[in-house]
Ligand binder design. Structure first.
Ligand code: NAP
Length: 314
């Protein structure tokens, strides 16, 4: 059972650097951890929260000095070591990224692991040849943290974006982020034959299951589908024809253990050319630590959109 309580910095899992937390955000994984609905915490008790941005309080590593603005996303935070839903976080220096010049701590956590993963997916797709000329990109689970960042980022980069959401009432929100079309999964009318007509250049999929399998059948020659999440289902039932007859690639993106060089590069790009122009609109709410548990329930009940920021300063 989760609760908010006082603890000493000395009781935190070990590390070279203590960060005074300013902001964190609620990711799907955090909501599963805090509510106990997913096996996210690899030990117990543990502070949850896979993201944090703040300032270095103390450091025994020469690369960091008190006052440095830093962030951590993934790297075991909130899974194997005490996480970002806390006033103080202690981590190994090797897990820290300097706050990129183009982002405030609040903006960095508006992105958080969600925005980072959208960037990681886009990076992998573009390294693999994705361009706007291949056709529209479908973003599923579009109103969520990853989805919202992906819609805004893709549209700003010149892609035509089809935002797919199970909540049609958020049509206006998704169009305000840059979506050219908004559809429910049913409205897409995806076929079930091994290969279907080409309709999409690629996809960033947060949902998995039949939606992922259906999308793959409609992807353009040499298009890419980034499988990010499993908000709907972890399994999917597909066939190899999109891969062997159209050269379609199914790409993974694992933010938690992204190598540090790529991680730092993507964060710098997120402060520059990849920064979603609609970052402020993506903020779906701000909660203090005291309201975290209720907010995590709302995330899992699909009652929020965009990102819920956590104010760790109190
Ligand atoms: N691979 C990685 O490194 C990585 C990193 C971050 C997140 N993820 C995964 O990516 C997914 C999205 O994460 P997030 O932080 O963006 O979560 P989020 O903010 O909670 O958004 C998830 C979205 O998925 C849709 N959704 C929720 N429940 C659903 C259900 N039962 N069936 C179908 N759609 C559902 C909803 O969008 P609509 O209401 O608009 O349909 C919801 O807004 C999660 O599965 C998460 O675990 C993976």
């Amino acid at each position: 059972m989760a609760r908010v309580q006082q603890m000493d910095v000395d009781a935190l899992t070990p590390g070279d650097v203590v960060i005074r937390s300013e902001w964190s955000g609620i990711n799907f994984k955090d909501a599963l951890a805090v509510t106990g609905r997913g096996k996210i915490l690899k030990r117990f008790p543990l502070n949850a929260g896979i993201d944090v941005a703040g300032r270095v309080e103390s450091s025994s590593d020469a690369r960091f000095t008190p006052g440095d603005a830093v962030l951590v996303n993934g790297m075991g935070l909130g899974e194997t070591r005490d996480g970002g839903f806390a006033g103080m976080v202690r981590v190994p220096a090797d897990s820290i990224v300097g706050l990129p010049p183009g982002l405030t701590a609040f903006e960095a956590m508006t992105l958080g692991t969600a925005g980072f993963t959208a960037a990681l997916a886009l990076h992998r797709m573009e390294v693999n040849g994705q361009t706007p000329a291949l056709g529209p990109i479908v973003v599923t689970g579009a109103t969520g943290g990853v989805g919202s960042a992906a819609v805004s980022m893709l549209a700003a980069r010149g892609y035509r974006v089809i935002a797919v959401s199970g909540r049609p009432e958020h049509d206006g929100y998704l169009r305000s982020l840059g979506a050219h079309e908004v559809a429910t999964p049913d409205m897409l009318q995806l076929g079930t034959r091994p290969l279907e007509s080409v309709r999409f250049g690629g996809a960033i999929d947060n949902v998995g299951g039949v939606l992922l399998a259906g999308l793959l059948r409609h992807v353009q020659l040499w298009g890419n589908v980034a499988a990010i999440g499993m908000a709907g289902a972890a399994d999917f039932d597909g066939n190899v024809f999109p891969f062997i007859l159209r050269g379609v690639s199914l790409l993974g993106a694992s933010s938690a253990n992204c190598p540090m060089a790529l991680r730092a590069d993507l964060w710098n790009r997120l402060g520059g050319e990849l920064k979603p122009p609609h970052l402020a609109e993506i903020v779906g709410g701000v909660v203090p630590l005291a309201d975290l548990i209720r907010a995590c329930e709302q995330v899992l009940h699909r009652k929020v959109r965009g990102r819920i920021l956590v104010d760790c300063r109190a």
